[in-house]
Design a protein around this ligand. Structure first.
Ligand code: FE
Length: 166
């Protein structure tokens, strides 16, 4: 009888454990916890473990995805774009516009504190680089040729973002 019980219980236990795991992370995300100062700081090795090779190349090595290849340049659903590295909300679909560049483009961040800026003098150009203010992940660049109301164009790599439908 005990043996019969064990045979019945084993798959049941598996089911229960499986459900518990999916409840803890319903969207399959497991973002790193910020420190006491609200920043996320991981070693390069930890980022490598967490990110796909393409996410790592762009977010942590300031790479650029090829135009018209990302998930969001032609994406028009209503919702919020969050950082693929740490989950911080970065951009709203309300501020997204079709720039024709092949990269998702926004007139502003979801709030002024969401992204940081830095002068980028690479490739013989002077550009303003933008990054996630929480994990410092590189996102793209901001240019002053955007539409109203801000006149700005935040040109962002899709691979640095995840979308949350509202
Ligand atoms: Fe981040």
């Amino acid at each position: 009888m005990d043996t019969m019980k064990a045979i019945w219980m084993a798959p049941l236990a598996g089911l229960v454990l499986g459900c518990a795991a999916s409840t803890a992370s319903p969207l399959g995300d497991d973002f790193p916890k910020p420190g006491p100062d609200g920043k996320v700081r991981l070693t390069e090795e930890e980022w490598k473990r967490r990110l796909t090779p393409e996410q790592f190349r762009v977010l942590r090595r300031k790479g650029t995805e090829r135009a018209f290849t990302g998930a969001y340049w032609n994406h028009h659903e209503k919702g919020t774009y969050i950082c693929a590295g740490c989950g911080l909300p970065l951009f709203s679909s309300k501020d997204k516009f079709d720039s024709g560049t092949g990269w998702p483009s926004f007139t502003k961040p979801i709030n002024p504190k969401a992204v940081g800026e830095e002068t980028d003098r690479s490739l013989g150009m002077v550009r303003i680089e933008v990054h996630c203010s929480r994990c410092n992940g590189h996102l793209g660049h901001v240019f002053d040729d955007g539409p109203k109301p801000t006149g700005l164009r935040y040109c962002i790599n899709s691979v640095c973002l995840k979308f949350r439908k509202s």
